[in-house]
Design a protein around this ligand. Structure first.
Ligand code: FE2
Length: 377
């Protein structure tokens, strides 16, 4: 079983990166009610109002609210009428992530490089202009109905994008210490992990940096497999999960049933003070998976010395894991909507570059308790 970080950097050093990425630009959710969703993300997670587009700005069939916290930007979009792509997406999937938008220096080049390697175009390079300059965007399809947009904003000084106006709000709940997207995980169907790994390798020039098979990620009842894909500079990481055979239904299968296909399973958000962040989130009503107290009895034997006191970690349910380079602290929210589909991870890395393999068992047992309560295990 190979679950250590691969150190074969030679290929990456020799070949220039044909798709240089500056990081995640934004994550756009299609939701049933964007006004209420924006209020929820502001209230519970401490996002700040940034921009708005809708009928008042000339966008007739949908409304989008842009919210931000540090380098984390979410767009919440809802349809205003039936029978359009946003309404159809929600009809199929419920609330979920439509766009994982990546910031690039050259959106035309990104589109050309990826489509000539087999990427299916979603949007040809398109220039959007207003008094603040120009945004160029393009996009390709990935798993399910999910899309990667390439956003070039080096010649733009406006608040978000042409077509949006500043969203001034008198309601500004304090931030909770969320910093940026650490990674975004996709769930794909049976036997679809490797084809999507190949897509990220061939079309986007990513590398498989970590692999977990069903012996790593299984409990008594259910299993999944996962491969972590990373771009050249490591700013963008997309683990891809598929279900594996177990005695009962895999959590990935439950997701696929309710999302009606492949899609984003979780967005992992970095914090520099996970204890402070999670304390605040819990105070504001965000619920996390419950880990049994027994986890904390021997966790320090497994991970060694850490800077934090164990007591607040165990009180909040924060998990700990260590790899060769350091350790990490992480916690997983319950689903963010009624369907058991997308959820968030909050992660604080203290050197570790891995994904919490040592926590998989405790975590998946916790997930299965929730799955069982829904009658889906
Ligand atoms: Fe994760």
């Amino acid at each position: 079983m190979q679950s250590t970080l691969q150190t074969d950097n030679n290929a990456a050093q020799v070949e220039p990166d044909f798709l240089p990425l500056l990081g995640t630009d934004y994550v756009e959710f299609y939701v049933g009610n964007a006004r209420q969703a924006a209020h929820f993300y502001k209230t519970a997670f401490g996002f700040q109002s940034l921009a708005y587009a809708g009928p008042e700005t000339g966008m007739k069939d949908k409304a989008s609210y842009v919210i931000r916290q540090n380098k984390l930007t979410f767009v919440l979009t809802t349809p205003l009428r039936p029978h359009n792509p946003v309404a159809d997406h929600i009809q199929q999937h419920g609330d979920g992530v439509k766009f994982l938008a990546l910031q690039v220096d050259d959106a035309s080049g990104a589109w050309k490089e990826t489509t000539q390697r087999g990427g299916i175009s979603y949007m040809e390079p398109t220039s959007l202009k207003d008094d603040s300059g120009e945004i160029v965007m393009s996009g390709i399809h990935t798993y399910g109905d999910t899309v990667h947009l390439f956003i070039e904003r080096k010649n733009y000084s406006g608040i978000f994008m042409p077509g949006f106006k500043a969203w001034e709000s008198a309601y500004n709940p304090s931030e909770t210490g969320l910093l940026y997207v650490d990674h975004c995980v996709g769930n794909v169907g049976w036997n679809q992990m490797d084809p999507w790994v190949k897509f990220y390798e061939d079309v986007m020039g990513f590398r498989n940096i970590l692999t977990f098979d069903d012996s790593d990620i299984s409990t008594e009842y259910s299993a999944l497999m996962s491969k972590v894909m990373s771009n050249g500079n490591g700013y963008v990481k997309f683990p891809i999960n598929e279900p594996a055979i177990g005695k009962k239904k895999s959590q990935v299968e439950e997701y696929l049933d309710y999302y009606n296909g492949a899609g984003v399973q979780h967005v992992a958000i970095a914090s520099a003070d996970i204890v402070g962040t999670v304390t605040e989130l819990q105070k504001r009503g965000i619920e996390f998976l419950k880990i049994p107290g027994s986890y904390y009895k021997d966790v320090l034997d497994r991970v060694g010395k850490i800077d934090e006191d164990l007591e607040p970690l165990s009180k909040l349910g924060i998990l700990i894991d260590r790899d060769e380079e350091g350790y990490l602290l992480q916690i997983f929210s319950k689903p963010l909507q009624d369907r058991p589909t997308i959820f968030f991870e909050i992660i604080q890395r203290k050197g570790a570059k891995s994904f919490g393999k040592g926590n998989f068992k405790a975590l998946f047992e916790a997930l299965e308790r929730e799955q069982d309560a829904r009658g889906n295990l």
